[in-house]
Design a protein around this ligand. Structure first.
Ligand SMILES: [Zn+2]
Length: 134
């Protein structure tokens, strides 16, 4: 598969069959880890609207402007998922996000919390465990 068509979330699936479905609003992610992946892709593609839309109301920023964000998101590795399944209403996803900034490679290790309201998953907040430059 060509690099342009591959989904930024690292799934090895075409964007249009992966996070693209959620970004287009055709379907809502059924699990917290699918929402996590689609939000990573939204950061990678500067899709601020989707990020705001999937942010829990009480922690959502008023605005989000990614237009001039110089971060290049490279890859996502999900490390651990706690709950966050189809029948859950809360979930935690631990992941490592790989990105380039100002020509340097970085890894952000984060634990994100998710909540489900009226059948839809939302991102609540995250604890950054480490940011490593390498
Ligand atoms: Zn994806």
């Amino acid at each position: 598969m060509t690099l342009e068509k591959r989904c930024p979330c690292g799934s090895e699936i075409a964007y249009t069959d992966c996070c693209g479905i959620y970004h287009a609003g055709t379907q809502a992610p059924l699990t917290a880890s699918l929402l996590m992946r689609s939000r990573f892709s939204a950061f990678a593609l500067h899709h601020a609207g989707y990020l705001l839309q999937t942010w829990a109301e009480n922690t959502r920023p008023a605005t989000l402007n990614l237009t001039d964000d110089p971060t290049i998101w490279r890859d996502l590795k999900i490390i651990k998922v706690k709950k966050g399944g189809i029948s859950d209403t809360k979930g935690q996803v631990e992941f490592k996000a790989y990105y380039d900034l100002m020509g340097e490679q970085h890894v952000m290790h984060e634990l994100s919390r998710f909540t489900k309201t009226q059948g839809c998953w939302f991102y609540v907040d995250g604890i950054v465990k480490a940011t490593i430059q390498h």
